[in-house]
Design a protein around this ligand. Structure first.
Ligand code: URA
Length: 184
């Protein structure tokens, strides 16, 4: 099993796919490395590529607000993405990119050992929960895999595009908080 130092240097020098050619920063993850809960997004966007941290743009600001509404901050959770490098024009990650990058996320999960994994959006849910995950129908459901509880909610960017999704996402966040409280 990799140590954090080994994982971070492997990510920083990674050249497994072409995304390494254009990146400004590898966006590994942020937050509490002993968190009981991990949030997983899709891939860094422009702001994340520049700052080297996940969810620091508009979607990240909304994520912070939603976390705050359930009394969580970035020091309580760990946040990462399926991809560590920004796809050009924020296009969806390709299957090949996902496969090449996924071992880094697996290593993060193995080091953190969270109890709950929350997928933010369809792409993360399709990778982490099941291949044909339908975000509109299956968000808010809970899945048990090995020792992990998995769930998915709408990606904060989707909430910015369509305000009508916010009510469901808020229900999901409240349920996430209840599950987290039940663990302690
Ligand atoms: N969207 C994501 O999925 N991840 C980020 O880090 C930023 C935006």
């Amino acid at each position: 099993m990799l140590t954090w130092d080994e994982l971070e240097s492997a990510c920083k020098s990674c050249a497994k796919c072409a995304l390494c050619e254009k990146r400004k920063n590898v966006v590994i993850g942020t937050g509490n490395k002993q968190a009981r809960i991990m949030f997983i997004g899709e891939a860094p966007g422009e702001a994340e590529d520049i700052q080297g941290e996940p969810f620091v743009g508009a979607a990240g600001k909304l994520l912070d607000k939603m976390l705050a509404a359930i009394s969580l901050g970035r020091t309580d959770v760990y946040i990462a993405n399926i991809l560590k490098c920004r796809p050009p024009y924020n296009r969806d990650p390709s299957k090949e990119e996902q496969e090449k990058c996924l071992n880094y996320l697996r290593a993060q999960v193995a080091l953190i050992k969270p109890k709950i994994l929350v997928c933010l959006g369809r792409i993360a849910a399709c990778v982490i929960i099941e291949e044909n995950f339908k975000i509109t129908r299956q968000r808010g459901l809970w899945f048990e895999r090995k020792n992990y509880l998995l769930t998915a909610t709408f990606h904060p960017s989707a909430l910015l595009r369509d305000e009508s999704l916010k009510k469901s996402a808020w229900e999901d966040f409240k349920a996430i908080k209840r599950r987290l409280n039940e663990l302690s």
